[in-house]
Design a protein around this ligand. Sequence first.
Ligand SMILES: C[S@@+](CC[C@H](N)C(=O)[O-])C[C@H]1O[C@@H](n2cnc3c(N)ncnc32)[C@H](O)[C@@H]1O
Length: 271
Amino acid sequence: MNTESFAAIAGLVKARSGIVLTPDKGYMLETRLAPLLKQESIPSLDALATRLRDPRVESLARAVTEALTTNESSFFRDGKPFDHLRRLLPRLRAARPATHRLRIWSAACSTGQEAYSVAIILRELGIQNAEIHGSDLSREVVERAREGSFTQFEVQRGLPVQMLVKHFRQEGSRWRVSPELRAMTRFEERNLLADHRSLGRFDIIFCRNVLIYFDPPTKGRVMNALAAQLAPDGVLYLGGAETVLGLTDRLVPVAGERGAYALAGAAGAAS
Ligand SMILES: C[S@@+](CC[C@H](N)C(=O)[O-])C[C@H]1O[C@@H](n2cnc3c(N)ncnc32)[C@H](O)[C@@H]1O
């Protein structure tokens, strides 16, 4: 692949998703895009780059972008945010009228493990009147999240066995989330770069392990957009390698809680 082709593909992916592909990622483009080239009978990445110059190839541009997302996820990933959430949820529930529906957003949810981990905690705490909204750029992972069907390998990563038998049903070699968990969740295709105001307020937002792929201005822009959707006493969880420092002044770390952020100036930011 020549440098112009790399720049064209990387430019398209950045514009559509925020994901920055540095020139050392040439090998990744080759491996990730090989199945798409085969499927579309496109002979090379240079030919793909030429094809993408035509603005009418929307579905190809989407497929290229989706193929270059990293969809790694697991249940109760990184542990700590979920320990914090377990302590925070009863407090948030008590601070709101029973008629208030607690709203939790798993932004960039990939195949849904994060959203279902939150659903399990809500069930185990006996918290009623709550909904989890999962969203991701990639159509394929959103469909998988909606299905709520996981392989043995996927459920073995992070899900304690007693939770597995309680909240999942075995279907052949796979495990499907219980109807109760599914009823608490819904999933949609959504780009983090989009305008989120129509989604309304969330009490808690998870946006983990995705901002690492963006450049600093895009990280800051997304964090500000998420802050705008957060309840005044809400919490935003970021991934372990992500921080708000130097990127936005609308969010501040929750003292002593790695990965948890509250709105700047919010009274009683949940620690
Ligand atoms: C590494 S996964 C993280 C999944 C989950 N949040 C976790 O921490 O386990 C990153 C996800 O971000 C999604 N993604 C990348 N760019 C996005 C964008 N602009 N808008 C929404 N989702 C995006 C990818 O499709 C992928 O599923």
